[in-house]
Design a protein around this ligand. Structure first.
Ligand code: PRP
Ligand code: URA
Length: 209
């Protein structure tokens, strides 16, 4: 089974509660989402390997530690994943960004692919797949399959709110992928929306309600 992490730092939980409130408008929603993405990114990158590099301080030569080896790629699932990219990139400015376009069919709730553009060397990178909502898990699972089909071997998935059903699906389909979420909610409703959740993340980010 993959590792499942709830990153429930008080600041993250506080910001998420503001986002959940239906009175919170798009501007604040977007800002908070990026702030949380940055805070979660700190946790998500905790195990990045370091290497020794010889540098000179103004006083002397020293062997300093710097992040080594593998480079990162951030891959948002469109649309709502876009809302987490700036926050993560402020932490890792050199990360390349790929895009996977999926939308949920309103009747079947199954994901439909409409776009995929990834860095050419994606298979050599540690990939952070991002999408605020892990509901049925269909979109995340399909996106992970697409990344693996392109040769990616080191992938972690970051969301904001997860349902137990979504976590189960991703763990079953992709036991090698670590899942990071800011909250694990109660269940899905009859429209496959997360309850209590925060509504439609894409609509709230882009004001398309
Ligand atoms: C939402 C969300 C996820 C997906 C989650 O996207 O951003 O991608 O649903 O649901 P799942 O776990 O059941 O697959 P949506 O399809 O509404 O598209 P949008 O981001 O373009 O609004
Ligand atoms: N997509 C969303 O944006 N919200 C949900 O609760 C489920 C899917």
């Amino acid at each position: 089974m993959s590792n499942f992490h709830v990153v429930d730092h008080p600041l993250i939980t506080h910001k998420l509660s503001i986002m959940r409130n239906k009175k919170t408008g798009s501007k604040d929603f977007r800002e908070l989402l990026n702030e949380i993405a940055m805070l979660m990114g700190y946790e998500l990158t905790r195990d990045l390997p370091l290497e020794d590099v010889v540098i000179e301080t103004p006083l002397t030569k020293m062997t300093a530690k710097m992040v080594s080896g593998k480079k990162l790629a951030i891959v948002p699932i469109l649309r709502a994943g876009l809302g987490m990219v700036d926050g993560l990139q402020s932490l890792v400015p050199v990360a390349k960004v790929g895009h996977i376009g999926l939308y949920r069919d309103p009747e079947t709730h199954k994901p439909v692919e409409y776009y995929c553009k990834l860095p050419v060397d994606i298979e050599e990178r540690i990939v952070i797949l991002v999408d605020p909502m892990l509901a049925t898990g269909g979109s995340a699972s399909d996106a992970l399959t697409m990344l693996k089909n392109k040769g990616c071997k080191h992938i972690r998935f970051m969301c904001l709110v997860a349902s137990p059903e979504g976590v189960k699906k991703v763990q079953e389909d992709h036991p090698d992928v670590d899942i990071y979420t800011a909250a694990l909610d109660e269940c899905l409703n009859e429209h496959a929306y997360i309850v209590p959740g925060l509504g439609d993340a894409g609509d709230r980010i882009f004001g398309t309600l």
